[in-house]
Every structure is written in structure tokens, then in C-alpha cells.
Write a protein that binds this ligand. Structure first.
Ligand SMILES: *Cc1c(COP(=O)(O)O)cnc(C)c1O
Length: 276
């Protein structure tokens, strides 16, 4: 079953209008929430961010956060999802094609679940990343359906036998195509400030809390590629990648990956999953 507004229907029954603004303009927002052992992880944080994205785009949600939470929880149960994700999005709905916001459209919410294993092997071995120029717009803080810059970056990674592409704007390392980026230097975790140049990840937020708990400084500060090459450790984070160590950056291999701080964060993250 899938959720469409407040209705549970089959995927085959779902109908998307050719003039839906999400389809025509990418005029909408989304979230991906991890489900561990049948329970959504950090669902409230995702809902808060979903509401914020909506507000930034003057998009009205068809259901309240509490209703979305209830319906999606029911969807997870109906589909008997144990380990995987729930994807949900809202578009501005159907209107005659015109760039300006329609005054009479009704937003469309859809949600579906998908089984997905945790990336166990990569979490232990680490991944290769490549760097690429950040060509995205200047409101990367909104989790919008417009992902052309992000998908082009990810394709660049695939074309270069890498798992993620980390983007650089004006010499400053921003974030991955669908993940936040971190380096560890002299016992401190460094990551790009949560401003309009990056999407403020929920996993990033979890990492910030873990760092606080285990007494590792979490520093939001700009850094460049040279500093990345000189870092002791590097990792990316996202709902599906969790805390993912990096073992190669472009042509430079990083030995001893995951490093001790990345490992400590992963261990604490593991505890939070069990507590979820
Ligand atoms: C979703 C996303 C992230 C990671 O956010 P999480 O909430 O941790 O999944 C990072 N960067 C971009 C561009 C994203 O779209």
C-alpha cells in the first residue's frame, strides 16, 4: 500500500496528474526516514524539517505533522516494514502550467515504504568519494524535489567508480550529493556550517549530539580541499548511509579507515538504533 493524502491505496491505483507542479517544476519537498525494526528513527526531527521546507516555499501541507506521523506509522505497519525507509513528499498540486504559485491548487502528499538493508560492509570498510564543483542553487537548506545538481554530482561519482561526490563552492567544501561531509583533525570534528549552502541533515544532528555526549568538539566551520587532504579522518552522513567512513578521496587513499573517532561515533550510533 501507499499513502496518497489521507488515503491508503495500491500503487496501481495511484494517479498523478500531468500538470502536477511536482512533475512539471519539481515544485515540492520530501523526506526519507529510516525504519529500524519496524520503528521510524528520529521521525519528529524529519517532520520538523519537512514543515520548515514547506514554510520556506510557502507550500501548505495537506495534513498536519501529527496526521502525517499517524498515517505513515500506519503505512509502515500495513506494509509490515521491518528494516528500510519511508519516503514521503508533498507537491504544490495540480494547476494550469504557470511559473507563479497557483492560488487554487491543493497540495498532494504521497508516501511509500521500501525494504532496505543497512550498508554493513561499507560501514566497516569505508567508501571512495570524489570531489566536484558545487553547481547547485543557493537554497540548499530546503529539501526540495529539484535535485538536478545533486543527481549530476552523484552520476559523476558513479562515472569515477566512487560512492559519493563531495561538492566544493568557491574553494569551500560544502556537502555530498545526498549526505553531509565531515573531517576529523586534531581530535575535533569539522563540518560546514548549517546555512543556505547545505542541507542540515538529521544524521548530522545526531552526530552533533553524540559528539557532545562523548566529549569530542563539534566545530561548524568552513574548510577547503587542502584541509581535507590533511585531515586525520573523513566521513559522510545521511539517513541511509548513517556514519559512513571515507577510505579514498579522489586519488588519495586513507589508511586506517575508519579512524578512531569515526568508529566511536558509529558505536554510539549503534546504541541509539538499539534504543529506538
Ligand atoms: C537529505 C540530505 C542530506 C542528509 O540528511 P539526513 O537527514 O541525514 O538524511 C544531506 N545533504 C543533502 C543534499 C540531502 O538531500
Amino acid at each position: 500500500m501507499i499513502l496518497m493524502n489521507d488515503q491508503f491505496i495500491t500503487r496501481g491505483e495511484a494517479h498523478i496528474d500531468i500538470e502536477d507542479r511536482g512533475y512539471q517544476f519539481g515544485d515540492g519537498i520530501y523526506e526519507v526516514v529510516r525504519v529500524y525494526d519496524g520503528k521510524p528513527f528520529r521521525f519528529d526531527d524529519h517532520l520538523i524539517r519537512f514543515e520548515r521546507s514547506a514554510k520556506e516555499l510557502s507550500l501548505s501541507l495537506p495534513l498536519s505533522s501529527e496526521e502525517i506521523k499517524l498515517k505513515i506509522t500506519q503505512l509502515i505497519e500495513m506494509n509490515n516494514l521491518q528494516n528500510g525507509i519511508v519516503y514521503f513528499q508533498t507537491t504544490r498540486g495540480v494547476a494550469t502550467r504557470n511559473h507563479a504559485f497557483p492560488t487554487d491548487s491543493t497540495s498532494v502528499l504521497t508516501a511509500y515504504t521500501k525494504e532496505m538493508n543497512r550498508p554493513y560492509e561499507k560501514l566497516q570498510k569505508g567508501i571512495k568519494i570524489v570531489t566536484i564543483e558545487d553547481i547547485r542553487w543557493l537554497r540548499c537548506d530546503i529539501k526540495s524535489l529539484n535535485l538536478l545538481g545533486n543527481i549530476m554530482a552523484k552520476q559523476y561519482a558513479v562515472d569515477h567508480q566512487a560512492y559519493e561526490a563531495v561538492q566544493i563552492r568557491d574553494n569551500i567544501v560544502t556537502e555530498g550529493s545526498s549526505s553531509n561531509f565531515f573531517i576529523v583533525k586534531d581530535g575535533k570534528i569539522l563540518t560546514h556550517p548549517a546555512n543556505n549552502f547545505i542541507l542540515k541533515g538529521i544524521t548530522r544532528l545526531v552526530i552533533e549530539k553524540i559528539a557532545d555526549k562523548i566529549g569530542i568538539p563539534f566545530v561548524e566551520k568552513e574548510f577547503n580541499l587542502k584541509q581535507v587532504y590533511q585531515a586525520d579522518e573523513a566521513f559522510v552522513s545521511s539517513t541511509t548511509m548513517e556514519i559512513m567512513p571515507i577510505n579514498q578521496i579522489n586519488d588519495k587513499t586513507i589508511t586506517n579507515s575508519p579512524g578512531s573517532i569515526t568508529k566511536a561515533l558509529q558505536e554510539e550510533f549503534e546504541k541509539l538504533i538499539k534504543l529506538n
